[in-house]
Design a protein around this ligand. Structure first.
Ligand code: AHM
Ligand code: MG
Length: 335
């Protein structure tokens, strides 16, 4: 049983030896993400002052132009990873192409690539609702010492060596896994330190919350419609509660703690749904499985999907085991 009073820094050092490949490189990488998270947290917390300090596109008092927060978050994460020379490549939801990092030590000696959604749910910023950062880490498949290639990024989710998210909510939390369970750390803003607050996080086997944008209901497949009707039916422990923030990280986080299912199905207006396989679904699916949950595209495991392009979208269903299994029954019946 993990003790709760340790800092993220201490936790990373203590757990380094349990990583699959423990050269210290992955620890340094997670440390770099921790640092960038604190910087972005500071910026996100100031978002409400935008009317006073200026909106995106305006020029601030020092003559610098204000940036949109998602662009800023993207820059902060990329800059931190570049400066620390800790990865060989980065792919971001905010960038069309992947970025090759030229490490100074003996040309490209680093073996990890990071895929990141720097600020997910950013449409929520204007209204003071939680947003998040999602990250995913793989070992490169091309030889160390050569520039990264597309195939280093287009790996199946099951190949991830670590994944996590930061939720900028009522408290800021960093939640991640390196393949040995999921642990959550809460930022003490006064000290700028993350503390282990949620050791060994697990989805409850069964849940009572369903999270979906029901405004799209008419466009969903019959299997999804039937499952939603099942959630709403008065029978046994149902009807379930509907909760949808519209911020994947927050919806996932709540469901992991309380028990629930998150759904972003495909529809007649969005052929593959909305969420991106590499930046959103794979890392969340990895965390879900590490936390005893399930993540699927409605029929099969998300982590088994062979990616074909960086910005590929997939339908996404994720959460408490029994709820996702029930959804699968409805999907199979209508397939
Ligand atoms: P984004 O990457 O453009 O921020 O979009 C992803 C977000 C998720 O966080 C959220 O679950 C979903 O979009 C909400 O979409 P919708 O408004 O269509 O329900
Ligand atoms: Mg996103």
């Amino acid at each position: 049983m993990l003790k709760k009073n340790k800092t993220l820094g201490e936790f990373i050092i203590e757990n380094q030896s349990s990583f699959q490949y423990s050269s210290g490189e992955l620890s340094k990488l997670i440390n770099a993400l921790r640092l960038a998270a604190k910087v972005v947290n500071h910026e996100v917390n100031k978002a409400g002052l935008v009317d006073i300090l200026g909106d995106a596109g305006d020029t601030n008092i020092q003559g610098e132009s204000q940036q949109k927060l998602d662009v800023l978050a993207n820059e902060k994460f990329i800059q931190t990873l570049k400066n620390r020379e800790i990865v060989c490549g980065i792919a971001s939801e905010e960038e069309d192409d992947f970025i090759t990092i030229n490490s100074n030590d003996e040309n490209h000696q680093n073996k990890y690539v990071v895929l990141i959604d720097p600020l997910d749910g950013s449409s929520n910023i204007d209204v003071n609702v939680s947003v998040g950062t999602i990250f995913s880490i793989y070992r490169r498949v091309t030889p160390v010492g050569t520039p990264v290639e597309m195939k280093d990024f287009l790996q199946k989710g099951s190949e991830q060596v670590a994944a996590g998210y930061i939720v900028y909510g009522t408290s800021t939390m960093l939640v991640y896994s390196t393949g040995d369970g999921v642990n959550g750390f809460t930022l003490n803003p006064a000290l700028g330190t993350f503390y282990l607050s949620h050791p060994n996080m697990q989805f409850p086997e069964e849940g009572k919350i369903y999270s979906v944008n029901e405004g799209n209901y008419v466009h969903f497949l019959q299997g999804v419609k039937d499952y939603i009707k099942y959630c709403q039916k008065e029978e046994g422990d149902r009807p379930y509660t509907s909760r949808y923030i519209g911020s994947l990280v927050s919806d996932f986080h709540r469901n992991m703690i309380k028990g629930g299912i998150y759904m972003y199905p495909k529809s007649s207006i969005a052929e593959n749904g909305k969420l991106r396989l590499l930046y959103e679904c794979n890392p969340m699916a990895y965390l879900a499985e590490q936390a005893n949950g399930i993540a699927s595209d409605g029929f099969g495991r998300i982590l088994d999907i062979e990616p074909t392009e960086l910005h590929q979208r997939v339908p996404f269903f994720c959460g408490s085991r029994k709820m996702v299994e029930k959804l699968h029954e409805f999907m199979a019946k209508n397939a």
